[in-house]
Design a protein around this ligand. Structure first.
Ligand code: DX5
Ligand code: ZN
Length: 219
């Protein structure tokens, strides 16, 4: 089975966002990963609801919205209306994670939870059945182009074991520093979805790079 590929628009040319989205439309990408940073939860600000709407206006692939913000409950409906099909909140930003997951599901979106590098996957044991996807952060969130954290492999296999033990259908997404070299090992450990920002958009031919990621197969 080939991986689900979610290029991160954060690494795209924002001055030519329509052209970038159209490139993704005609590529082998499955999702468009949209990184929302508030300058509070993470030490960087990206963009918000109007830009997400603008991306959605041209997108023919589902928007996978990654909320790196405090108080995400206050913005779930706005991002759903802006076109998000998958909405992921951070474990570390939610006091009532179960409630946040229910709220996302009630909006008709897929519910995701992102976990920072220091957060053990075992903390999701009692909500795993309610999560459509877990984003394992393989860098500290806030910036594209960072170095992949090697401990991620162990987190992926432990999360895969947890999902199987609970009979859940949760998918595992990896976000940060993903490239053609670490992708095969991530898939072998149990990853389903690969986010790639700089590796795709800094390459000479982003559409071809997406195809190369998509064509990785497990031996
Ligand atoms: C990091 C973001 C990532 C980022 C990935 O905070 O959540 O989605 O855009 O970019 P690369 O692939 O360059 O690490
Ligand atoms: Zn992200």
């Amino acid at each position: 089975m080939s991986p689900i590929i979610a290029p991160s628009i954060l690494a795209a040319d924002f001055a030519n966002i329509q052209r970038e989205v159209e490139m993704l439309n005609s590529s082998a990408a499955d999702y468009i990963h949209v990184d929302i940073m508030d300058g509070v939860f993470v030490p960087n600000i990206s963009f918000g609801i109007p830009v997400t709407e603008a991306i959605h206006r041209y997108a023919k692939k589902p928007l996978d919205v990654h909320l790196m913000i405090v108080n995400p409950d206050n913005y779930l409906e706005a991002f759903r209306k802006a076109g998000a099909e998958v909405i992921s909140v951070h474990y570390e930003a939610c006091d009532h994670l179960h409630r946040s997951l229910q709220a996302i599901a009630n909006l008709g979106a897929k519910a995701g939870v992102a976990i920072n590098p220091h957060t053990p996957v075992e903390l999701l044991t009692d909500v795993i059945q309610d999560i459509d996807q877990v984003i394992i952060m393989s860098v500290n969130p806030g910036f594209g182009g960072q170095k992949f954290i090697e401990n991620t492999y162990s987190k992926v296999s432990r999360l895969k074991d947890l999902i199987l033990a609970k009979g859940a259908k949760t998918k595992i997404e990896i976000d940060g520093g993903v490239n053609i070299h670490n992708a095969p090992n991530l898939l072998a450990a149990g990853a389903d979805i690969l986010v790639a920002g700089s590796f795709v958009f800094n390459s000479l031919n982003p559409a071809q790079t997406i195809s190369e990621l998509k064509e990785i197969s497990l031996i």
